[in-house]
Design a protein around this ligand. Structure first.
Ligand code: PHE
Length: 344
């Protein structure tokens, strides 16, 4: 029996077969179990001899089963390891490739359009001191515009109060302080205001424009805006309306509306807003740079004049691509990007 059982254990081709051998030998109805039961009917002398023999058999068989089990598991593992090796020479699947975000796309388009008009790109810090963000822009400490901007202030002690810049206009100041006129720059970037709904997010994007030279007038401003909006919306029938407005850092100031036409219930940029199926949409703030701002940067306002404008990049993207919720820009939802033709 011993040789038969040990041979069967060694011959078991897999874990299931091995378990069958175990049941056959050690189970309730097993051969060794049956032998153990015979001990009860033996005389004490017989039992002294047979007891250790049967126990020895039982131990030998269960040890053999345990050893065989380990060997089978090991070879199963070896087989898996060799069949599942990773072929590092296989080419990697590169999908999904990702794509340019609409905001980046629009910033790139604007940089290109303005480059053709001779504008360089300037940048400034997003954590700004309140002198650059407000004071130098003719917004003194007591000015209501500070409250209007829903400013994020940085906690802690600083030499000057620090804010998250509320607009890109401080780049006007940094540029005028850093380089001599003539100046022609645009400054695209992130700005921050404590505000959130379908058309406002606490972080959004602006693009600033600044020209400082001699003999600059409102006509230069209007031509520049018209030329850029025509190029951006890829239409020749762009009509602008300049409405008198107020910004502390420009004088005179103008808010710029662009005409749209209703086509099948949708607003399409182009045409006069005064047409029967038209309307006006505000797209920009602008004006002639205030003499106090020019002076704050150490330039003589008698000698140098200029214009400035600022607009929301996200807003321009919404208008160009027909998007209606600003918050979706920053949700990172690939379905939204694909819906508007961005992303693979
Ligand atoms: N900084 C203004 C704003 O954020 C826009 C602006 C820029 C207006 C330059 C005039 C000139 O609303």
């Amino acid at each position: 029996l011993r040789t038969d059982l040990l041979a069967a254990v060694d011959a078991a081709p897999g874990l299931d077969a091995l378990d069958a051998v175990r049941v056959h030998a050690l189970g309730k109805q097993g051969a060794i179990t049956a032998l153990l039961k015979t001990l009860g009917g033996m005389s004490p002398d017989e039992r002294q001899v047979e007891g250790p023999r049967i126990q020895g058999l039982r131990e030998a068989v269960s040890d053999a089963i345990a050893a065989r089990k380990q060997a089978l598991e090991q070879s199963a593992l070896d087989a898996r390891l060799s069949s599942e090796t990773i072929d590092l020479t296989l080419p990697v699947d590169l999908t999904p490739p990702g794509s340019v975000h609409p905001v980046s796309q629009v910033m790139d388009e604007l940089a290109e359009i303005f480059a053709d008009l001779g504008f360089a790109v300037a940048t400034g810090p997003e954590i700004e001191d309140d002198w650059h963000n407000f004071t130098a822009l003719n917004i003194p400490e007591t000015h209501p515009a500070r409250a209007m901007h829903d400013t994020f202030y940085l906690a802690g002690q600083h030499e000057r109060p620090m804010v998250l810049r509320t607009h890109t206009s401080p780049v006007q100041i940094r540029t005028m302080m850093a380089q001599k006129p003539p100046i022609r720059i645009i400054a695209p970037g992130r700005v921050y205001r404590s505000d959130s709904d379908a058309t406002h997010t606490p972080m959004f994007h602006q693009i600033e424009g600044l020209v400082i030279d001699k003999g600059i007038t409102l006509a230069h401003l209007k031509w520049t805006l018209e030329t850029f909006l025509k190029a951006f919306f890829e239409r020749d029938d762009i009509v602008l309306r300049l409405r008198p407005s107020y910004f502390p850092f420009t004088e005179p100031s103008a808010e710029v509306d662009v005409g749209y036409t209703l086509r099948g219930g949708k607003r399409v940029i182009g045409g006069s807003g005064d047409d029967t199926d038209g309307g006006w949409m505000e797209v920009l703030g602008s004006g002639m740079v205030h003499p106090k701002v020019i002076a704050a940067c150490g330039l003589d306002p008698e000698e140098w004049q200029g214009f400035a404008f600022g607009t929301g990049v996200d807003r321009l993207a919404m208008l160009k691509y027909g998007m209606d919720d600003l918050r979706a820009f920053f949700d990172g939802d690939l379905r939204w990007l694909r819906h508007y033709g961005f992303g693979a």
